[in-house]
Design a protein around this ligand. Structure first.
Ligand code: COA
Length: 188
């Protein structure tokens, strides 16, 4: 299934306060310093804690190697602060899943709403796919609020392993249609 219609597979996206772009190997130290924080990693399925610079480097190498139109990672750059987090789509099954995180000093300022909106706008504009999935661990009200704001609806509650917590945790699974996304934008 063709994902991309455009000549450049992954653009640099600029929003009011952010620039979203492909990660670089030299981002490893900054990623490690922001992600080696249990308050961040306990919300993420695939990120262990403690999190080391070598893990960040290995992850960046994998991203480069395994890049595909359905698995695209954007480093989130705040125009004055530099790298503050990541947002991307990951495709294991038929439908890509969107995931994201921000370093703790940058929470609560609307940055992820700004980034998620831009990534989803790009996703629907550049692909033939009409759906995106996501989800949150049951305690993650802030992340669920972002998803609801952009039109995601809950599909089921499943279980997902959280590497940082070393446990299987209730996971609210969500889905977004192209139509619901554009409808949600009209209300913002
Ligand atoms: C979750 C996370 C991405 C949120 O990023 P952020 O930039 O702080 O989010 P925003 O400020 O854009 O939006 C958060 C929304 O949640 C709301 N919110 C925050 N805490 C909330 C709570 N406890 N209950 C309900 N809503 C809450 C905010 O009011 C805001 O909604 P609004 O824009 O309608 O006012 C960030 O905290 C983070 O990276 N956490 C760790 C990793 C993570 O959880 N990743 C997501 C995994 S699913």
């Amino acid at each position: 299934m063709a994902m991309t219609r455009q000549a450049t597979p992954q653009p640099e996206i600029e929003t009011t306060r952010l620039v979203l772009r492909r990660p670089r190997l030299r981002d490893a130290p900054r990623i490690a310093s922001l992600l080696n924080d249990y308050e961040v990693t306990k919300n993420l399925a695939r990120v262990p804690y403690p999190y080391t610079m070598q893990m960040a480097f290995d992850w960046l190498v994998r991203q480069k190697r395994e890049w595909s139109p359905g698995s695209i990672t954007f480093a989130i750059y705040e125009k004055r602060e530099g790298l503050i987090g990541f947002c991307g789509t990951h495709r294991e099954d038929r439908i890509p899943e969107i995931g994201y995180w921000l370093g703790r000093p940058y929470w609560g300022k609307g940055y992820m709403s700004e980034a998620v909106r831009a990534v989803i706008e790009w996703y629907f504009a550049s692909s033939n796919l009409d759906t995106l999935v996501s989800g949150v661990f049951h305690f993650n009200a802030a992340s669920l609020a972002i998803q609801k704001k952009f039109g995601f609806t809950q599909t089921r509650i499943g279980k997902r392993i959280c590497l940082a917590q070393k446990a299987e945790i209730d996971h609210i699974e969500t889905e977004l249609s192209r139509e619901a996304f554009y409808k949600a934008l009209e209300t913002l």
